[in-house]
Design a protein around this ligand. Structure first.
Ligand code: ZN
Length: 425
């Protein structure tokens, strides 16, 4: 019976091809580059104006005082809610409106949103304005079909995901927009491929390590103490101890790609001694400070405190074994891993929807990097959350990023079907 009802919704979505293309193009044409956080207000008002017509109650929420918020670049978000008038749960679709800088290597105009051979090109096409367009078309088709639904549907467009989400989902979660008294199931249409369901992501710890030395004339380094050589000892110890230890750990999380099933550490940067950009004028000094930024991605099986002490123990043992060695370490960013239970309602509904629409059993995956699920989980305490959207993961942040129109249509059908499953029981 549910198939018959949904057929009408699918028919509307199939006939909406021009509509979804136009919507996606309009969204891409707002150059919402972050940083600095450009054009957020115009973009969220476009989304709000469109949804108002369908009977959504629309709120614009500026994240006053969050990083980057200013009169020139205000951090605007939109939350739109459609109440069916019947009691029931709420399905929330959350998309970030911000995009990363364009970078070099484009052969298409990054904000023209050209449609070529069934693909729409532009910064944010894949990550994630194509996904947002799919969710809006899905929800509009459900409403237009006259199908009986319970509860409510929400759509949000939020800023700052690419810079950590503090002025976007984190702010809204703190204000109660992502909480159990108003939302039950969350779908984030991030680009993780139309035939996969993403349950969550690994954890992150960023820290800055500084080694200290003593300044002296560069011609007599024996009179000083070189902070860069001390940092070299840190890197050597990472190679000998930390990297092999991490390589021995595998997660049961279904992280893609395969290499991200392990703990990883990226040495993001090292800087010591004379500042760069000195125009070739040498200043012959022994460096008295060297700083290294590390980007450690960890697994659901690891505790953040253990991850930190593993690094601190290496530094402390160098303090004992290496003459003149001293260090400081500063935390920069912490994100706890998040993974939704594969038997939870939104996962089961979306898996069944993909089986119905695409005729395949989807892969359940986790993301190597984080996204706004962390705030929904940790601040909102909402556990029934996934990422599912039409974009191709590998195209995110690349030049000539695109989204395939057919994937948007299919993904809209999956979103409509899973929403129906969640709101018709
Ligand atoms: Zn994204």
């Amino acid at each position: 019976m549910s198939e018959d009802v949904l057929n009408k919704v699918f028919e509307i979505i199939e006939k909406s091809e021009d509509n979804i293309v136009e919507l996606c193009q309009d969204l891409i044409r707002f150059p919402t580059v972050n940083p600095p956080g450009n054009d957020y207000k115009a973009c969220v008002e476009y989304i709000g104006d469109r949804l108002k017509v369908r009977g959504f109650k629309v709120e614009y929420i500026r994240a006053f005082g969050t990083p980057g918020d200013s009169s020139e670049f205000p951090r605007y978000n939109v939350v739109a809610r459609y109440d069916t008038g019947r009691p029931g749960p709420c399905v929330h679709f959350n998309s970030h409106i911000d995009v990363v800088e364009t970078g070099e290597g484009w052969t298409k105009a990054p904000f023209a949103a050209d449609l070529i051979d069934g693909k729409i090109y532009g910064r944010g096409a894949c990550d994630m304005k194509g996904g947002m367009a799919s969710s809006i078309i899905a929800v509009e088709a459900l409403i237009d079909s006259g199908i009986e639904l319970k509860g409510a549907i929400e759509i949000s467009g939020t800023g700052d995901e690419e810079s950590g989400g503090l002025g976007g989902v984190a702010y809204l979660a703190e204000k109660g927009y992502f909480s159990k008294d108003r939302v039950d199931h969350v779908i984030i249409p991030e680009p993780l491929n139309v035939d996969r369901v993403c349950l969550g992501h690994r954890g992150v710890w960023w820290a800055e390590i500084e080694t200290h030395g003593r300044i002296a004339h560069g011609s007599m380094p024996f009179l000083g103490d070189c902070a860069v050589r001390h940092m070299g000892a840190v890197v050597a110890n990472f190679e000998d101890k930390l990297y092999p230890a991490m390589a021995a750990r595998y997660t049961a999380m279904p992280v893609v790609p395969e290499g991200a099933k392990q703990s990883t550490l990226n040495i993001n940067s090292i800087h010591g001694g004379q500042a760069e950009g000195n125009e070739g004028l040498p200043a012959p000094c022994v460096p008295d400070s060297c700083r290294m930024i590390i980007d450690r991605r960890f697994l659901v099986e690891e505790e953040l405190e253990e991850v930190k002490s593993e690094v601190v123990n290496i530094l402390s043992s160098l303090e004992k074994s290496r003459e003149g060695f001293s260090f400081d370490i500063r935390d920069m960013l912490e994100v706890i891993p998040s993974m939704t239970d594969s038997n939870s309602p939104v996962v089961k509904a979306t898996v069944a929807a993909i089986e119905d629409v695409l005729g395949i059993t989807p892969e359940l995956i986790c993301s190597p990097g984080t996204y706004d699920q962390k705030h929904i989980d940790r601040i909102g305490n909402l556990k029934d959350c996934i990422a599912y959207g039409p974009g191709i993961l590998e195209l995110a942040h690349q030049p000539d990023e695109y989204v395939v129109v057919e994937d948007m249509i299919n993904s809209a059908k999956v979103m409509a079907s899973s929403t129906y499953k969640l709101l018709s029981q």
